[in-house]
Write a protein that binds this ligand. Sequence first.
Ligand SMILES: CC(=O)SCCNC(=O)CCNC(=O)[C@H](O)C(C)(C)COP(=O)(O)OP(=O)(O)OC[C@H]1O[C@@H](n2cnc3c(N)ncnc32)[C@H](O)[C@@H]1OP(=O)(O)O
Ligand SMILES: CC(C)C(=O)C(=O)O
Ligand SMILES: [Mg+2]
Length: 601
Amino acid sequence: MSVPDKSAFPTLNTPAGEIPADSPAWNPQRPSSMPHHRYQPAHDRVDVPLADAEREWPSRRIETAPLWVPVDLRDGNQALPEPMDTARKRRMFDLLCAMGFKEIEVAYPSASQTDFDFVRHLATSGAVAQDVTVSVFTPARPELIDRTIDSVAGLPRVLVHMYTPSAPTWRNVVLGRDRADLKKMILDAAGHLMHRAEQKLAGADVRFEFSPEVFNLTEPDFALDVCNSVTSLWDASPDRPVVINLPATVEISTPNVYADQIEYMHKHLDRRDAVILSVHPHNDRGTGVACAELAVLAGAQRVEGCLFGNGERTGNVDLVTLVLNLYTQGVNPMIDLSDIDAVRQVVEECIRIPVHVRHPYAGDLVHTAFSGTHQDAISKGLVRHAQEAEDLDVPASEAPWKVPYLPIDPADIGRTYEEVIRVNSQSGKGGIAHLLHAGQGLDLPQAMRPDFYRTVQQVTDDTGQELSGEELWKLFHAAYLAPVHDGPYVLDGWTTRQDGVEHEFTATVVSPDARTPVRGIGNGPLAALTNALVQAGVTVDILTYSEHATATGPDAPAAAYAYCRTAGQDVWGAGWDTSILTASVQAVMAAVNRAHGAARD
Ligand SMILES: CC(=O)SCCNC(=O)CCNC(=O)[C@H](O)C(C)(C)COP(=O)(O)OP(=O)(O)OC[C@H]1O[C@@H](n2cnc3c(N)ncnc32)[C@H](O)[C@@H]1OP(=O)(O)O
Ligand SMILES: CC(C)C(=O)C(=O)O
Ligand SMILES: [Mg+2]
């Protein structure tokens, strides 16, 4: 074993402190010297409004899908090194429509000519179906609102989404306004937006959305006041509801805090039946998905996010994960991900960022098990699943899914089982047997599996590499099948004959020293074979024997396995032929040659 060279590691500040006095004996961790004191807990940065008695989200369940709203073409796009052009945006838009999204944020039209032109393209090309609402995003600046309204002229269903930062640092540092000033600015802009839309978009179905940016760091009473003022100004009603979108623009806390903030708004917003309560989590702490899910428990009805979590910094919340998380709870997610690789391919080509191999549901490795015990469990689970489907008389794709370690049937999202089990040095006999079964239809006897496992382990340990199904088959072939032709005893032209219960086996046994004609009698062809081999000086006891067809149909090869005691050893041999008899003779002769070949070496 090689010892790593310590100089290759970066210099770390070694833990400076003593073990805290109140640490239990089992925990010898010491304080790190990193300056954690520079950061404040979320509870010191913002009031968390919900009292214990009011909190209901922990005991709720998600039983229907919220309205999913992809913001890939705006929030995702603004975070790209190379923002999408019209062709890429159109490809992404068509994908989102095909997946079943009905409200899609398509641009920040005042940001660039490209974004403006894309909205014009949608308005003039007939790309937008009857039931799809196009959403556009604008800051609260009159000239930029005007440009935004100009972009959507001619679209029949539009949501105009206006935002302003509302958290104290943003108010003070970015906008230089106090609460009253900011509220005035918001209401002025909201009024301007409404009047401009009335003037320029008459006849269209136009609705409005407001986001207090960095809602999660905004004082709850201020957020509530601003949102209520906006819904009142826009005269929200159940038949023309306003979207109030409450972003975790930058994640700051554990998801339960966000859930409390959302439940507070859900319970205190005016005109609640005229407000669609929306959330927009980002993923700075890696908990965007948890925030969205807890927010839905807390009363959110709409979720904004991006496919595969693209977006500013660590991304927007990942809609693919959210949708499939819901699916795995037996809830119809209202979005089609039955070909996740096709979706992934379009997204990767549009945004030019690859999906990580460990990305939930979609990564190359997420339905794959390398480790032995997992493979064993999956392999047994798949067999049980097929059996249960048969018992229920339904196709395997309809039977309830309970396979260990696989939260979803990979086939439901267009993945194949081939990638589920892969073999390296961490793998065990179950996984190896599974791959041979999947590839060649071999059903290795349980007792033979450890034997082949040792051969495989030797190769994977020596190379440190993965073995494909094809490579495993080659190894199996070399170990158990090839010795029939490649060893000290080869049969030249053999025949069998049956007379009542008596079987006769005749052959010429070719060995390096002689060609020996042999003839044996027994109560079966293999007994006759072993009896004949004695005449060539070979004593064989067949300890166990089994055979099976490797597929259905008359031409399907049969596989045979023989465990034999010969040359002072117990060895396995295998045979593979369209004739079961030939396969069984091969299996015995392969075992003989493996043992006698090894004895001579
Ligand atoms: C959390 C989010 O995702 S928010 C969306 C962020 N997305 C983007 O910024 C992408 C598109 N943005 C842009 O193209 C540009 O920033 C524009 C066109 C909107 C504005 O460009 P510029 O006028 O050059 O301003 P710049 O971007 O430098 O600064 C923003 C200005 O808007 C103000 N501002 C920021 N947000 C808002 C808002 N929501 N409403 C009104 N004003 C705002 C800032 O205070 C600043 O004002 P100042 O110039 O008086 O200091
Ligand atoms: C909804 C808008 C303002 C946004 O992208 C955010 O806050 O992250
Ligand atoms: Mg955002």
